[in-house]
Write a protein that binds this ligand. Structure first.
Ligand code: HXC
Length: 269
C-alpha cells in the first residue's frame, strides 16, 4: 500500500530494531528505511538476519544486521555499540523481539513463564538500558540541536482483559507497558527522549496469529471485530512511523492500540 507519509520523514535517522528481521519488526524496518532511515536489525537467527539485510539493501536502504539475543546483556551492548560504530549514532530503538506459545497455567513451568518475561520484558529493559547513553540529547554522534532519541516498544492487548493460555505473555506485556510509561516520565524529563508503545491486534501473516489459533480468530472475525478483518503488518509500521517521526513529537508514554477495535469488542447480544 502507498505510504501516507512523505518519503523523507526519517531522513538521516538511524534505527535499531530487535526482532527487526521478521514479522512485524521487519515491516517496520522496511517502512523506516523507505522513509529515509538507516536500519540495523538484531535477531537470534543469523540466516534470518542476513536475508532481511539483503532484502532491505535491495530496496536501496542502508542496512546492517547483527545476530544476538536480547536476554544477554553482552549481546545488547555489543549490538548497540556495533550499530553506532557502523552508522555513527543511534536515533530510534524499536523493541520488537518477543516469545510466545499457547499453554495453560497448570502446564506452564515457571521457567517457561520466566523465558517469556526474559525476552519481552527484561529484554526490552536491557536494550533501553544499554542504549541510553547514545539516545540521550547530546549523546555520541548527535548534533547539539538534535532532540533526544525515540524508543518504541511493541506490546499487545492480551493483558487489558485476560487471555486464555497467555498468562506469561500477558504478564510480560503488562511489564512492557509499565517500562514504556516509566521511561517516558524519567527519560523524557531528563534526556528529551520520547518512549511510546504500539499494541497490535491480530495481524495477518505473522507468527503471532499463526501460533495463536488463526482458525478461531479468522472464523470469529465478523462476530468480534468492529472492522471485520485482520490487520496488516503495514498498519503497525505506519503507526510506528507516526510515533517515530515529528508527527508524534508531543506523544510520550502512550501505547497506541492498533487493532481495529478488537480488544474492546464482544459478541453482539
Ligand atoms: C510450554 C514451553 C513451550 C511451549 C517453550 N516452553 N515452549 N512450555 N509450551 N510451547 C518452555 C520450555 O519447556 C522451557 O521450560 C522454557 O519454556 C524455555 O524453553 P526453550 O525452548 O529452552 O527456550 P528458547 O529456545 O529460548 O525459546 C523460547 C521461546 C521462543 C519463547 C519458545 O523461542 C519463541 O517463542 N520464539 C518464537 C517467537 C514468536 O513466536 N514471536 C511472535 C510473538 S507474537 P522448562 O521448564 O521445560 O525448562 C506475540 C504477539 C502476541 O508476542 C499477541 C498476538 C495477538
Amino acid at each position: 500500500m502507498e505510504s501516507p507519509f512523505k518519503p523523507e520523514i526519517l531522513k538521516g535517522k538511524v534505527a535499531l530494531l530487535t526482532g527487526g528481521a521478521s514479522g512485524i519488526g521487519f515491516e517496520i524496518s522496511t517502512q523506516f528505511g523507505k522513509h529515509g532511515a538507516s536500519i540495523a536489525v538484531m535477531g537470534r537467527r543469523k540466516t534470518v538476519v542476513d536475508s532481511a539485510v539483503s532484502s532491505l539493501q535491495s530496496l536501496g536502504i542502508p542496512a546492517v544486521g547483527f545476530a544476538g539475543d536480547v536476554r544477554k546483556q553482552e549481546d545488547a551492548k555489543r549490538v548497540i555499540e556495533s550499530t553506532v560504530k557502523h552508522f555513527g549514532k543511534l536515533d530510534i530503538l524499536v523493541n520488537s523481539a518477543a516469545g510466545n506459545f499457547l499453554v495453560s497455567p497448570e502446564d506452564l513451568s515457571p521457567n517457561g513463564f520466566k523465558t517469556v518475561m526474559d525476552i519481552d520484558s527484561v529484554g526490552t529493559f536491557t536494550m533501553c538500558h544499554e542504549a541510553i547513553s547514545y539516545l540521550k540529547k547530546g549523546g555520541p554522534g548527535r548534533s547539539s540541536d538534535d532532540s533526544g532519541g525515540i524508543i518504541l516498544n511493541i506490546s499487545a492487548t492480551l493483558h487489558y482483559t485476560a487471555t486464555w493460555y497467555q498468562i506469561h505473555v500477558a504478564a510480560a506485556k503488562a511489564a512492557v507497558d509499565a517500562i514504556t510509561r516509566n521511561l517516558a516520565l524519567e527519560w523524557g524529563t531528563d534526556y528529551d527522549i520520547r518512549v511510546n508503545g504500539i499494541a497490535p491486534g491480530p495481524i495477518g501473516d505473522t507468527a503471532g496469529v499463526r501460533k495463536l489459533g488463526p482458525a478461531e480468530i479468522k472464523s470469529g472475525t465478523r462476530e468480534i471485530m468492529p472492522l471485520y478483518k485482520l490487520g496488516e503488518k503495514w498498519d503497525i509500521a505506519v503507526a510506528a512511523l507516526y510515533l517515530a517521526s515529528d508527527a508524534g513529537k508531543f506523544v510520550n508514554g502512550t501505547t497506541l492500540v492498533v487493532d481495529g477495535g478488537q480488544w474492546l469488542s464482544g459478541p453482539r447480544h
